[in-house]
Each structure stands twice: as C-alpha cells, then as structure tokens.
Design a protein around this ligand. Structure first.
Ligand SMILES: Cc1ncc(C[n+]2csc(CCOP(=O)(O)OP(=O)(O)O)c2C)c(N)n1
Ligand SMILES: [Mg+2]
Length: 662
C-alpha cells in the first residue's frame, strides 16, 4: 500500500529534527512546517530526475528560506540523489560535509543556488525564469520547457529585494515562476505582528501576480493550488498557511522552533505525536521506497527529451550553449580594427564598442542596465529588448532595481545557457553588493558593467563619485575587479570576464581617455592583472602602479621625471586579483622586492588609498582620495585632488627629497 503523504512528509520532519539535534545547531521549524507542501511539490509536480541532477530541462527548485536547509537535504536524500547520503545528513553542518549550514550550490548538485541571505533566492529565481523563457524562445518547447519553483518564508518576502524581484517578474509576466510562501506568522523575534502589517497577497496582486491560498499542511490542497498556479499565465504566489515546527507538541507555532535544536524530550514527544520510528535517522522502508519512486518520476520525460535532443539539428549547439564554453576569437580581429583607428574614448564607450563585437559573436550574452542604458553604454545595435512579447530579446530594462538586477543575473548565470551582463554606476554597487557577494560565492559568471568609476564623472558630485568602492569590491574573494586604462585594455578585460569562472566587475570611465596601448600584442596583457606599460629609460628610481584613468597621469608624470634624469616604470594594474595569482617570479619582475629607498613605488588611483600599501609597500607613496569627492567638472576635480601629471611629479620628487633619496 502506498504510504500516505503525511507519512512521506514525516520522513522530512524526522530527518530535520534528528540532524539539527545531532549538530546541536540549525533550523528545524521551517522544514517541519513546510514538509507537506514540499512533499506535494516533489512527488506530484516538480519535473526532475534524481539520477541526472544536471538535466537541462529540469524544473528549478530554489529554497529561498535557506535556513531551512534540512528541508532540501532531506528531499535530495529521500528522492535518491547521489548526495547527500544519510551519512552526510548525520554530519549536517560539520566541517567537510556537503550538508552545509545553508544550501551551497557548489556542494550539492541538487542545490541550484546558494541561499541563506533572505530574499535573494526569490530574486535569483526571477533570473532563472527569465533564462528559461529566453532559451525557450531560442530553442523551442522541444528542448526548453520548464518551471521555477521557490519556497520562501516571511523573511524572504519582507526583504527590500523582494519588492524589486516581484516587480520585475510581474512586469515580464514570468508565468513559469511559482513561489510557495511559508505563511507561518513567525520570524526569529516572534510573531510577524511585531513587524508586519502589510497585505502580502495584495502587494503581489498589485505587481500583476496571480495569488492563491491553501492549507500548507495538506498535500492535496497544496497540490490543488500548484495546479491553479501552473495554469495561470502570471507569476504565482501560493500562500501556504502552515505551523512552524509542526509536530513538536510543546513548541510548534512558536519562534522556539525556528533556529535551535528542539531538545531530547521534545524530539521524543514529536516522534510519538507524528508516529515516527523510535530510532534516530530512520525512514521506514515503504516510505523510502515511495520517495525513491518519486525521484524517478521524471525519468520518462527525461528520456523523451533526450530523444528530441538527439533528433534536433541544433543538438551540438544547444549542449555547447548549456555548457557555457566561450571563445575569445572575436578579440583579435576587433583589436586589429581598433588599432587601425585609435582615438580618445571613454572606457564605457570602449566597452560598448567591444560589446558590438561580443554580442555579434556570442549569442549567449544578455545585457541590461538598471535604468542607465545610455550612460552605461550596455546596449548594442543588434540587441532587441527582452519583453513578454519577445523573450528572445537580449536586452533587459531592469528598471531602477540594482539589487534585483544583480540577483536576477545570478539566477540567469546559474540556470546556464546565458551569460548575463548588466550596468549601473560604480557607486551603486553598494545597492547591489549582497548579490555581488553571492555571485562570487557561487562562482556565477556575471559581468557587472560599472561606469562613472571615479571623481572623473564630475558634476554629479560626492553622492555619485565612488571613493571606497574599488577597494571594497577587491576585498570580496572570487571576484575579479577590472579597471582598464584604454580601449585596448577594455576589450582585453571583456575577453577575460567572458571566459572566467568567476564574476567580474568592469569599472569604466565616463570621461575620455587617450589610447595608451597602440601596438598589437601576441597575448592578452591584462590576463596577468598587471604589466609594465613603460620601462624606465634612465636608471630606475620609481615604479608607478596605476589603474584605469590614472595610468595616463602616471605616464605623463613619468615622462616629466625622466626628463629630470629619474627613471620610472609605469605598471598598469587593471586587475589586482589576477596579479596576485601570478607566479612569484613574474610579480618580482614587475614589483621587485627592494626597499622603497632604492626604488620608490607609487600607487595612483582616484579612490581611497586604503589597501594600496599592499603594492606600494608601507614606505611607498600612495596617491588617491581619502575623503568624499566634490561637485565640479572632471578636470577641476582632478586638479583639486592633485591628480595631474604636474602635481604627481612634484609629490614624488618632494617625497623622495624628504626621504633623502635624490
Ligand atoms: C538578509 C538576512 N537577514 C537576516 C537573516 C537572519 N535570519 C535568518 S532566518 C530569519 C527569520 C526569517 O523568518 P521567516 O522567513 O519567517 O522564517 P521562519 O522563522 O518562518 O522559518 C532571519 C532574520 C538572514 N538569514 N538574512
Ligand atoms: Mg516565518
């Protein structure tokens, strides 16, 4: 006899309680409250094949309420994924176990995205739904035809990014996005009455969503709601009325079940209440068999899909696209043309020029901007807008939603098949930063086109002039921050970003910069992160290390110093992360390990000097801006902050004099 849905759900409850108890850490309440809803979703609706978690046409499932990680670990184990094993679950939250505290996309194949920072799961799901519709438009129903399901808690729906994500999804009519809301009236501090009065359902309706309510503790009722949601052409919010910690008789319905082990006595009482096996981590045979059968439900669809793929003339192209391999064959011919016709150009414009070649060569790119298209230069001539009437378009008007855009791009990148890039002003990376951090953590190939990268943006003044941003972004692991110095470097950095396994930020100028790289090279010089652009003519006394728009200043200052007999190298350092990863002999060649008295190292960047001692050395000279900017034309602002060749040359010679170096 087929076990009841409640018994299937209770297996989730048992594993969640036991794992949290064993770790003495974790969140049992959410998995216990949503176990029935998750059972309905996984045994009746979600299209997946546990034997092949990477099947491209699987439905995507995102546990946005990442603290309830034991819910997804239990589901993956029960449905028969290779990992986590029962042993992995016994080692929940232990060093080296893939059952990390919060679900990590790089730990387990069935975890599509990393969640835990509340709100971002829903926002990434929007990106997944966009990628699905886009690829469907490109490849048709035969190859791409799936949905994105999300489980989200009160917290995910309260976060600001939810407003951006819900607005974007409603606008783009992402009907294949279905969010199940764990409406349990509880957050960590207690009742949601402490902090929420809004009508969540009405808010979604106002954003053009379909909404439906159900008893989240009744798998049949949840299933009815999912059917309704699937049939509706709008994105759907399913309000699942639940009880947090359901089944723990003394604690259910209270915040006490949210984020702590229930305790031995309460677990025992829950076992009795739910009719569970007395032993820890045990799942009755008939229940496990039923779950394993559910894990194979999708195998028929999967086989039919494989047949269709095998018959498709676009099979190889499709698979290459999903794999995400990118060639930089566009770069050489592009650079050849560029070098034939050099002129001063802002690097944001140079980025647009490179993108014309990139977007023509790489059909996987999808661009966009958070309402600064004309300023970020992110849209190329061949790009049509991606709209509900044309999901095949390759340009997204994200609106003024920097965080929502960044999170959506994470979802798109992790869905696979598309390479998202999107723009705003560099200063507003602050608005997107939580998602940029998750791009890095998840190794999502997202390219951030961040223009107006310094006081060089001029008149908009201190609110718009980044100061601490470059360095604070460089502090994020697994993120490449590129600050190219001219059009050639801009193209080289684009090529690196597109072929990277990491996310990248391109920091680009508003103001024009002269061409500095005027000769063809056999290799991408930016690949090493820093390289010698000019070699000292006189005996080397100084090494300038500069990035972006300040490389020009360093070169002009170096020329002045050479005319006074002081030899100066100029190192262009478009990407500190890449330079740090070079072999020691290369780094030693560019920045030799000698005293600053022998060879003075001078960093120049129109931003904070914080951290530049890493390259200048403690006794080197750091030229930058350690205060907020000024509202003034760019050239006046540069002059005001001493960032001109004349002023830099004077500062260097004064510094050398003070230190008795010349
Ligand atoms: C951005 C962010 N802020 C705060 C937290 C810490 N936190 C984790 S769960 C939670 C409460 C969430 O409430 P809800 O979504 O209703 O989850 P439930 O208690 O119902 O499981 C908070 C504040 C977080 N993970 N992410
Ligand atoms: Mg809650």
């Amino acid at each position: 006899m087929q076990p009841t849905d409640r018994r299937l759900a209770n297996a989730i409850r048992a594993l969640a309680m036991d794992a949290v108890e064993a770790a003495n850490s974790g969140h049992p309440g959410m998995p216990m409250g949503m176990a029935d809803a998750a059972t309905a979703l996984f045994t009746r609706h979600l299209k997946f094949d546990a034997a092949d978690p990477r099947w491209p046409d699987r439905d995507r499932f995102i546990l946005s309420a990442g603290h309830g990680s034991m819910l997804i670990y239990a589901l993956l184990y029960l449905t028969g994924y290779d990992r986590p094993t029962l042993d992995d679950i016994k080692h929940f939250r232990k060093l080296g176990s893939p059952t990390a505290g919060h679900p990590e996309n790089f730990e387990l194949a069935g975890v599509e995205v990393t969640t835990g920072p509340l709100g971002q799961g829903v926002a990434m799901a929007v990106g997944m739904a966009i990628a699905e519709r886009h690829l469907n438009a490109v490849y048709g129903d035969d190859l791409v035809d799936h949905r994105t399901f999300v489980i989200a808690g009160d917290g995910c729906l309260m976060e600001g990014v939810n407003h951006e994500a819900v607005g974007l999804a409603g606008h783009l009519k992402l009907g294949r996005l279905i969010v199940l809301w764990d409406d349990n009236d509880i957050t960590i501090d207690g009742s949601t009455e402490l902090s929420r009065s809004e009508d969540v359902v009405a808010r979604h309706q106002a954003a053009q969503w379909h909404t439906v309510e159900c008893d989240g503790l009744d798998a049949d009722d949840v299933s009815r709601a999912i059917d309704e949601a699937t049939a509706d052409p709008r994105p759907s919010l399913i309000r699942c009325k639940t009880i947090i910690g359901f089944g723990a008789p003394g604690k259910q319905g209270t915040a006490a079940t949210h984020g702590a082990a229930l305790g031995k006595d309460e677990v025992e009482a829950a076992r009795k209440q739910l009719g569970l096996e007395p032993a820890e981590f045990s799942v009755p045979d008939d229940v496990l068999t039923a779950w394993r059968t559910a894990g194979k439900r999708g195998s028929v669809d999967h086989a039919l899909w494989t047949d269709r793929l095998d018959r498709s003339p676009r099979k190889d192209e499709f698979l290459a696209r999903i794999e995400g391999k990118v060639s930089d064959a566009w770069l050489k011919p592009y650079l050849r043309n560029l070098l034939a016709d050099l002129k001063p150009v802002a690097t944001r414009k140079a980025s647009e020029m490179a993108l014309e070649a990139i977007n023509a060569a790489l059909p996987a790119t999808i661009g966009g901007s958070a309402d600064l298209t004309g300023s970020n230069n992110t849209k190329t001539k061949n790009q049509e807008p991606l709209t509900p009437d044309n999901y095949g378009g390759r340009y997204i008007y994200y609106g003024i939603r920097e965080f929502g855009m960044a999170a959506a791009m994470n979802g798109m990148a992790l869905h696979g098949g598309v390479i998202p890039y999107g723009g705003t002003f560099l200063v507003f990376t602050d608005y997107a930063r939580p998602a940029i951090r998750l791009s890095a953590l998840q190794n999502a190939r997202v390219i951030y086109v961040m223009t107006h990268d310094s006081i060089g943006l001029g008149e908009d003044g201190p609110t718009h002039q980044p100061i601490e941003h470059l360095q604070s972004l460089r502090a994020i692991p697994q993120l490449d921050v590129f600050r190219p110095a001219d059009a050639v470097e801009t193209a080289e950095c684009w090529a690196l970003a597109l072929t990277s396994e990491h996310p990248s930020i391109l920091a680009l100028t508003r103001q024009n910069l002269p061409p500095l790289r005027t000769m063809p090279e056999s290799e991408n010089l930016c690949a090493r992160g820093a390289y010698r652009l000019k070699t000292a003519e006189n005996a080397r006394k100084i090494i300038f290390i500069a990035t972006g728009s300040e490389v020009e200043i360093a070169l002009a200052a170096a020329a002045q110093l050479e005319s006074r007999g002081l030899g100066a190298d100029v190192v262009s350092m478009p990407c500190t992360e890449r330079f740090d990863a070079q072999p020691a002999d290369y780094r030693e060649d560019i920045l030799p390990d000698v005293s600053n008295r022998e060879i003075l190292r001078v960093s120049i960047e129109a931003g904070t000097t914080f951290g530049w001692e890493r390259y200048s050395g403690l006794h080197g000279l750091r030229i930058g801006i350690d205060r907020f900017g000024v509202s003034a034309p760019a050239t006046d602002a540069y002059d005001y902050f001493g960032l001109t060749a004349d002023k830099v040359a004077v500062r260097v010679t004064d510094f050398m004099k003070q230190r008795g170096m010349s």
